[in-house]
Design a protein around this ligand. Structure first.
Ligand SMILES: [Zn+2]
Ligand SMILES: [Zn+2]
Length: 554
């Protein structure tokens, strides 16, 4: 039954992992150019682990506190123009305000580092420099700087590279702690409990697991919680360059999920007629289609979509060929315009088959339904989904309708807070993340992600990341901050030790692959592990900012 439509895919080009960087503009809104720091023989305590992070001045301004404090802050200025249809009857304005406060709070914390260090740098020959500098750091960043670096400033110049890397890592640490202790992106209580919440809804649609693989591009990092407005804990997310997920890894996950249903009845029992749903999210740019799309597919939207569909079908075939008794999975292909955050959904037909040119465009539907009343707008979403693929399964249709309605809120979010499209349509990530984990990264353009177990297997992804950051940071004399992170399952004996070893190996491999940058103090690495089973905060291991102290500086 499900075989015929695979043919339509056979034209799909086989794609190498040649990730050329497009010429999309690279800038961070609000970031200010910094002067290059002069390397000095100064010292730096383990910044990210420093207790000063938590003893921030309680009088610190709102933006110094990541997340919690700013969520109740005033709404950002409204940039609407009369010509824009910014409001939609189905868009949730209060939720948007909450999500925007969080996003702005986190990004402002990172973007305050350079201007703050510039101010501090200008004071370095003042008589009471140390106390002035600490007062500014406490107020603007929410933590104190290491005293020894400040104390050495009179001998030479302040070591801005060390300070910048340390401040970035300290801000990341605080952002993580906030995420894992206050759960800032939790869904509303009402929504969480109504009819079993999203998991319950998913099962009524015929699915017991929602497994999404977006592209690892930082402009899709907010896909789950913002673009699709789903509870991030209820969805499995695994990002890959070009959304080309690993089939073996997914098969393994499927086996694990089915085993849990069979053995423990979680999330439902194995006899319930539900399936595992695998989703791929590719992306494109409406503003700059030639350069702003997916770098892994040469910014070619058709190529990105067909490669995603091909990978989905490969996974489905793997399950069908490996497990008898009619085992199969359901598939869904979604495209994201990273400039407006509007999605297009390739609605499957009655056989589950999708076509690259058969989709619902949420942006068009948004414009067409904005002025209607809520029930009429919902009705039009239903019609659009069913007209696209008349035989679509009822449950699949309801899930897609929900995703589209949810996406309307995100379209309104971009229009309300950013205008026709984002200002940072290109790369503007604040740091690189390498390894396995990073559940806390639910924000757009915050982190460049390289999913890996070893540096060798992700060498091309890392090279692209380093090139992006050479442009974003090194050009201004600032180092590339890399967080090496491995999550582990604490109930498995020895898992933590293996994660720690992996962190160390990856760090050493990074230092050797990019030894020129590292030697010039332009690459800094923070090593982090986390027990993802205990819902624990991150655990800080080593940091190159600290290691240089032991080695006597560079
Ligand atoms: Zn991509
Ligand atoms: Zn885990």
């Amino acid at each position: 039954m499900q075989r015929q439509y695979r043919q339509s895919l056979s034209q799909a080009t086989s794609l190498g992992r040649n990730r050329a960087i497009g010429t999309a503009p690279m800038r961070r809104p609000g970031a200010v150019g910094a002067e290059a720091g002069t390397p000095a023989a100064s010292l730096w305590r383990h910044a990210a682990a420093s207790a000063s992070v938590r003893t921030a001045d309680p009088t610190a301004t709102a933006h110094a506190s990541v997340g919690s404090a700013v969520r109740t802050g005033p709404k950002a200025p409204d940039f609407r123009t009369a010509s824009q249809t910014t409001h939609h009857v189905l868009a949730r304005a209060e939720e948007n305000a909450r999500l925007n406060d969080y996003e702005q709070g986190v990004k402002t914390a990172f973007d305050s580092i350079v201007p703050t260090l510039k101010r501090i740098s200008a004071l370095q020959h003042e008589p009471d420099f140390e106390s002035q500098a600490q007062a500014i750091a406490r107020r603007e960043l929410g933590f104190e700087l290491p005293e020894d670096i400040l104390a050495d400033a009179w001998i030479d110049q302040l070591d801005m590279r060390h300070l910048y890397a340390g401040c970035t890592f300290a801000t990341y640490h605080r952002f993580c702690d906030d995420f894992f202790t206050t759960d800032p992106l939790a869904v509303e209580d009402g929504e969480k409990n109504f009819n079993g919440g999203f998991e319950g809804f998913l099962q009524t649609c015929g699915f017991h697991t929602l497994d999404i693989s977006p592209c690892a591009d930082g402009r899709l990092a907010h896909l789950i919680r913002y673009v699709l407005r789903l509870p991030h804990r209820a969805v499995r997310r695994k990002s890959y360059a070009g959304a080309l997920f690993d089939i073996e890894n997914s098969v393994q996950k499927w086996v694990e999920v089915e085993m849990l249903r069979f053995r423990a009845g979680v999330p439902n029992t194995a006899d319930a007629p539900t399936r595992y749903l695998k989703v791929v999210a590719y992306h494109y740019s409406s503003v700059d289609p030639e350069h702003g799309g997916c770098a892994a597919h040469g910014s070619d939207t058709a190529k990105a979509a067909s490669a995603g569909l091909e990978r989905l079908l490969g996974f489905q075939q793997a399950i069908e060929n490996s497990f008898c008794c009619g085992a199969s999975i359901d598939l869904l292909l979604i495209g994201l315009d990273t400039d407006t955050d509007a999605i297009r959904v390739h609605v499957p037909d009655g056989e589950g088959a999708m076509a690259l040119d058969r989709y619902v465009d949420a942006l068009e539907l948004y414009a067409a339904t904005a002025r209607q009343d809520a029930s009429r707008a919902r009705h039009d979403i239903q019609d659009a989904v069913r007209q696209t693929s008349p035989g679509v399964a009822e449950g699949m249709a309801r899930l897609i309708e929900r995703l589209i309605e949810n996406n309307f809120s995100q379209i309104a979010y971009v229009r309300d807070y950013h205008g026709d499209h984002y200002a940072d349509i290109g790369h503007a990530e604040r740091f690189i993340g390498a390894g396995v984990g990073f559940e806390e990264i639910q924000l757009r353009n915050l982190m460049y992600f390289a999913y890996l177990d070893t540096v060798e297997e992700a060498a091309s992804d890392l090279d692209v990341g380093i090139r992006i950051f050479t442009e974003l940071n090194c050009r201004r004399g600032l180092p590339v901050p890399v967080v090496v992170r491995f999550d582990y399952h604490g109930q498995v004996p020895g898992a933590r030790e293996r994660a720690v070893t992996r962190c160390r190996r990856v760090t050493e491999a990074l230092q050797s692959r990019y030894r020129d940058l590292f030697g010039r103090g332009l690459l800094h690495v923070l090593q982090v592990v986390r027990d993802c089973n205990a819902d624990a905060p991150i655990e800080i291991l080593e940091c190159t900012v600290n290691a240089e102290r032991k080695a006597g500086g560079h």
